[in-house]
Ligand binder design. Structure first.
Ligand code: FMN
Length: 450
């Protein structure tokens, strides 16, 4: 295998029209993307041309976002269910990984284990599961009358859930199915493992009725940044999707999560940390800035003001949008970062419109606007200085933003020798440089032999 470890990893974060709130109105976005399967095929094939490790889909089983105002102006309220989408995309791609988000708060471990093992079989070893516990309480309203569990309990449940899923993926040894026509024996009973799990939240007998998949197990991804989230990542995750705007914060997170792994008998390299990265690239700096501003101008004021008001705990709607940012009572300031941004807005005489544009553009992710070499300078800095093993590329608008990244940024990464020039292997694990996990029952076999 090529020197897979020294290369930057790249995921392609999909949302129908792009990540930016105003993206669907952009001339280089596909406004009907949410119901347009050929559009997603085009995205997947472009990402594969750019040698991305994986397509990565977030998911939320609700149309409701945090701001009810202006909902009718948002584009991610309805789109193809992403697991179905990724299974379908497996047939149109050959090398790229297919990672789907699924929530431990609203799924059943047996059904989820079965679906993801099947994704891995259908795609020839390219599947991955992004474990989330789901923060948005609106999702709970679609799954019965029980209120959303508090976060600490969601994580306890997630821990048990994940353990069951991984154990179910070990239900069959890789060579269990002998299918001997002569003797009439289909599988070796010694190589089937019944789980018999009885825990606080779940009772699951097993075995899984899907054979061991080509990667041994699909790749485990995790997104959640609290102490509980980091612990779950250190124990189980092989990729972490995270959000940081500054290198120092990214480095602190990277060091902290990797530092927690040893107590679970894991090496730092068994986990790839991939912050989200939004990019707007131009052939000149001015071109990039103009593209960025054109996109910012597409944020409808109704949404912009709603986002700003929620973040600040202060209603900006009565104030003129192109007027100055009013004094905010200290008691309304929810975090030091918000405080800093508002103080800077007042110092620089920003209008309310300019301030919400700042808030809405990145939504907490690392964001770069510039020429290919300016962008790669920063990506390389984060990679070399221990802030990231790679990035989850978040296109502000799709497909245009992805086309630009693949045509302009990928060649510059390759020219500097920090990104692959061809896929190293056939499975997602091969390309990410991750081990195939040994079955938890492997030692039994070894004991039996010795
Ligand atoms: C980068 C990132 C991406 C996330 N993506 C999703 C998602 O697609 N669907 C979802 O239901 N929750 C998602 N979450 C929410 C987490 O599941 C979790 O509920 C939330 O982050 C609160 O936990 P934390 O405090 O540990 O971060 C995401 C969280 C992060 C940090």
């Amino acid at each position: 295998m090529a020197d897979v470890k020294s290369k930057m990893k790249l995921g392609m974060f999909i949302r129908p029209c792009g990540h930016h709130i105003g993206s669907w109105r952009h001339p280089e976005a596909q406004a009907d993307a949410g119901e347009n399967f050929p559009h997603f095929v085009q995205l997947a094939q472009t990402a594969e041309r750019g040698l991305f490790d994986m397509i990565f889909s977030a998911d939320s089983a609700t149309s409701f976002t945090a701001e009810p105002e202006g909902l009718h102006r948002t584009h991610y309220v309805a789109w193809i269910e992403p697991f179905t989408l990724l299974v379908a995309l497996a047939g149109f791609t050959k090398n790229i990984g297919l990672v789907c988000t699924a929530s431990t708060s609203f799924e059943e471990p047996y059904a989820l284990a079965r679906r993801f093992a099947s994704l891995d079989l259908v795609s020839g070893g390219r599947g991955g599961w992004n474990i989330v516990t789901t923060g948005n309480p609106a999702v709970a309203e679609n799954f019965g009358s029980e209120p959303h569990l508090p976060k600490a309990e969601r994580y306890k449940k997630a821990q048990e859930f994940t353990e069951i899923v991984r154990a179910l993926w070990d239900s069959w040894d890789g060579d269990a199915f002998i299918r001997d026509r002569e003797s009439g024996v289909f599988f070796d009973t010694e190589k089937m493992h019944i789980l018999n799990h009885h825990g606080k939240y779940y009772d699951v007998k097993g075995p899984l009725n899907v054979a061991r998949s080509p990667q041994g197990q699909p790749v485990i991804v995790q997104a959640g940044a609290s102490d509980d989230g980091r612990e779950l990542a250190a124990e189980t995750a092989e990729v972490v999707f995270t959000a940081h705007e500054e290198l120092d914060a990214a480095k602190a997170f990277y060091t902290d999560v990797k530092g927690r792994m040893a107590k679970y008998g894991r090496e730092p390299d068994d986990l790839k940390i991939m912050p989200g990265l939004s990019v707007i690239v131009g052939r000149t700096e001015q071109e990039a800035q103009d593209k960025f501003q054109a996109l910012q101008d597409l944020i409808h004021p109704e949404i912009g003001v709603a986002v700003l008001s929620r973040k600040m705990g202060f209603d900006f709607s009565p104030y003129p949008i192109d007027g100055p940012v009013p004094e905010i009572p200290q008691s309304n300031v929810l975090s030091s970062r918000v405080d800093t941004l508002v103080s800077a807005a007042q110092r620089d005489n920003l209008s309310i419109r300019q301030l919400y544009q700042k808030f809405c553009s990145t939504r907490g992710h690392f964001s770069l606007v510039g020429t290919p070499s300016q962008i790669v300078d920063k990506m390389e800095e984060w990679f070399v200085k221990g802030g990231a093993d790679g990035f989850n590329f978040i296109a502000p608008y799709l497909p245009g933003g992805l086309d630009d990244f693949v045509d302009l940024v990928v060649p510059e990464l390759q020219r500097r020798g920090i990104y692959r020039t061809k896929y190293e292997g056939h499975t997602l694990r091969d390309n990410l440089g991750l081990k195939v996990p040994a079955s938890r029952y492997a030692h039994k076999k070894a004991d039996a032999v010795s």
